[in-house]
Every structure is written in structure tokens, then in C-alpha cells.
Design a protein around this ligand. Sequence first.
Ligand code: NAP
Length: 507
Amino acid sequence: MTTPSAPAAPLDPQAGEDPLRPLSALIIGAGFGGLGMGLRLIQAGVRDFIVVEAEAGVGGTWRVNTYPGAACDVPSSLYSFSFAQKPDWSHTYARQEEIRLYLEELATRGGLRPHLRLSTRALACAWDEERALWVVDTDDGRRRWARALIAAAGGLSQPAMPQIDGLADFGGPCFHTARWDHQVDLRGKRVGVIGTGASAIQVVPAIIDQVAELSLYQRTPPWILRRRDGPRSPLLNRLRAAVPALMHAERQARWAAAELRVIGFVHEPRLMRVAQRFAEAHLRASVPDPALREKLRPPFTFGCKRVLLSNDWYPALQRPNLRLVDRKVLRVERGAVVSAGADGAEGPEERRPLDVLICATGFVAANAVPGFSVVGRGGQTLAAAWARGPEAWHGTLVHGFPNLFLVVGPNTGLGHSSMVLMIEAQLQLILDALRHLQRHRWIEVKAEAQKAENDDLQRRLSTTVWAGGCGAWYIAADGRNTTLWPGSTARFARQLRALDTAAVSLG
Ligand code: NAP
């Protein structure tokens, strides 16, 4: 793995605790975003920064999501940093543990360890106007000061439990996929799974062999394409290590192929009908029973919700111990889930006794207000600024919040390629902004620049496949898509290559 050079001098353990000697940057989160930022800072020669992380280790989503079957649905060669590529991924699509280990190794080899403050949760961040510093309180009782605050706490980090009556009274083990309870032995148990999204399609095939019976509660079936996965040849991996140019070329080819998909998602949604035919063919070939097939056919245009990849989801759904319940979950009772009857809401309810209930029900909308309070200029909170829905400039800077930089902020999500590319583009912009902070005390995006960009984003989003009204989680309450980027990763990277000083105020 090519990694940045390690720093020489150790960091003072009390770094940033004296407002007269603030940190250059305080990063929240040690996932791809926060680690990547730290590595880029070290590469740029910055040493006085720390990364606070609530978990006991690095990896972010790839540390937390340990549910059976967890893996990435973006090819590994693209789901890694361009500046720290790994030649020896074991599979085309890496499994969770391998990605976690990649990030652990990066943290060590990149010299990040002295900067990490693990098991430390950010509680409150406030902008001190007089000092032009961010004041960050953490749950270890410390207060730290930093010139720049980099919030990289993850777009999908707050699990969303479903709003179902009686859920708290289930009695038996009941947990979210992102908080998998490994103490619970599923063997021989009657298990309920609510949800059929990206997490569920990985969990269900992974546990179906162990459980006595699995009741799968489906609200909306997803579109699924074949997953062209497999172990990577050790010989080719050695070749990739010996000739890095080969590895880089392979990544470029993957990137270019993914980039083409943006045409269907963004520019010509009608093209999605072609891709939909592939998904329909996959469904037809995998599910011979027409009645079941009908239940599994999504009612929305291909691409409007996230397109999923799986070869084992449809086979799992046809296992004799799986029962697909495609009716509304009415309530949870002690040791059971009650759903609407077979004849719809009018029919008799169905009560299924269960030992374990698993919620594969997704996350609090990506880019929502972070789990810690953020108070900017004039005492305004980020929650108040985003009351109508999240909004930023380049997904990174927010008017009213000087020297605050978001990683995976509003409208940086993708439907067609790797988030690591978006993260790298943001890191580049933040580095450039930090260079300006060597000559200025603060940077703040102008209100008019933020508004103009967001008006343009919403105009562009209005003709994409995501405007299909399919009820996807990335649409805010007011109907705006505040999650996805309507363009290529190349366009995003171009816009973020350098800070446009006309769009910001410098103090
Ligand atoms: P998700 O895609 O939001 O799926 C949640 C599922 O729960 C949906 O099927 C939803 O149905 C259902 N649901 C929610 N509340 C419900 C309720 N009250 N009753 C019945 N069903 C309910 O969540 P996810 O599967 O955790 O995935 C979230 C995101 O994480 C993905 O879009 C992806 O970005 C990421 N992810 C990535 C990978 C990967 O391979 N890289 C793996 C897992 C997750 P509706 O569709 O009707 O709302």
C-alpha cells in the first residue's frame, strides 16, 4: 500500500487545551473522511491537529457496521484512497473487515496514531468570534480550541429505528443492523427482519442458514442487479503490487465506467429503462414463481432509490424457512410482530411470534444535523440554520459558520460511483482553505454564493431520476433533494480543486 510519510515529532497530549495555543484543526470522526483529512494534513506538513472519535478505534461506518454479510457495493479498487491504493484486496468487492483493516493500517502507516483521541465523543462546538477559534467540548471533560473545525462524523452514522408502536416492548433481542448484537445466537431462532434495503439484502442471505425461520417485512422491494464479484487472483495482486501503474490504470478504468452511469441518473433518466431491463431479467431468471416475482417487482423507476447488487438475495427469499410479509407492520407486541392481513388493511391481522427482531431500517437522513451541537456566528445553531433542510456550499462550507468544514456534507452523495472520490475532492478544498487561514483569521462562504449554488443544484436535480417521487430517504421534508450530487465526480473535483475566493469572505 502506498501511504504518506509518518510524522517525526510526537504530539503534546494536551494539544489544543490552551486557547493561546490552539490547534490548527480539530477533526471529528475517524472514518474515511476524518482519516483521509488527517493523512492529507500530515502530507502537507501540518502536525498540530487531532482527530476525536467516539468509537474505540478507527474505521467509521466500516467499524460500526459488523452485521453478517456486510460488504461494500463499490469495487475495492475505487473504494480506497487514490494516494493509498491497495494492490491485494481479496475480492472485487471488499468485505467490511478488510476495509476496516485497510483503514487501521493506513492510520498506523500514515502516522496518524499520535493524533487520534479515541473513545472521545464531541458534544458541543461553538465559534468564539473574538478569538476566531472553535471551542470543542468532548465527553472526556476536556475543552479544546482549534482554528478550523472539520466535521467528518459520517453521512449515515445515526441508525433510524422504525416508528412502530410497541417496538420498545418486544421483550426479546431487538437491534438495528448498524448496532449488531453479536451476543445473540440466531441458531434455531425465529427471526424477524424489517426492511429490504442495502443492509437487509446483505444480512438476510448471510443468516438464513442459521435461523429456524425468518419473517421478512418488506415495505418497498428494491431494484437489484447481479453482483459481479469474486476472489481476486493472488498472482494478479502480486503483479499489481510490483507494477503500481497497472493498479492505477485499473482504478481509472473502473472510475471511467462508473462515471458513464451519471448520464442515466442525471442527464437522460430515460436511459434507466435499459438498465431496468437488466434488473428485470435478473428477477425473472432468479424467481420462477410469477406470484412471488410480482411481490418483488419495485413500483418505482430503476435508480430512483439506490440500486442494489446481489446474487444471493433472490435465492434467499425462496428458501423454505423464509416468509416474505409484504404488508404493513401494524405494531410490535411482546415476542411478536403484527402485520396487516392478507387482504389488505381490511383483512384479519397476522401475528407472527418471533424470538429476535432485526431492524434493517436505514439511517437518519444523511447530512442531517450532526449528533453534536454546532453554534456559529451570532449564536446561531446549525440546527436552526438547517431547519428547512441541510444546505452548504460545495457540500463543505456553511454560511454563518466560519472555519467550519464538512466532509460528506449536503448534496455530496452519489448513486453511481465511490464516495471516496467525493471525500478526496472535499479534502482538497479544505486543504486549500487551510492555506488561506495561514494569512487570514477566518473564512466564511457568502450567503449569496451558497444560495446561487443551491438554486442551481435544485434546478439540476429536478430533472434527474431521483426526482421520480419514490419516497427515497434523500429527499428532505420540503421536497428538496439535499443528499445527492447531480453530476460526475470529475465535475465535483474540478469545482473543489481550489477555493474560489470570490465566493467567500476572509477576515
Ligand atoms: P435503507 O436503504 O434506507 O433501507 C431501509 C429499509 O427499511 C427500506 O426497505 C425501508 O422501506 C425499510 N423501512 C424503514 N422503515 C420501515 C418501517 N417502519 N416499516 C417497514 N419497513 C421500513 O437503509 P440501509 O439498508 O441501511 O442502507 C442505507 C444506505 O447505507 C444505503 O443507501 C447505502 O448508501 C448505505 N449502505 C451501503 C452498503 C454498501 O454495500 N456499501 C451496505 C449497506 C448500506 P422503504 O424503501 O419503503 O422506505
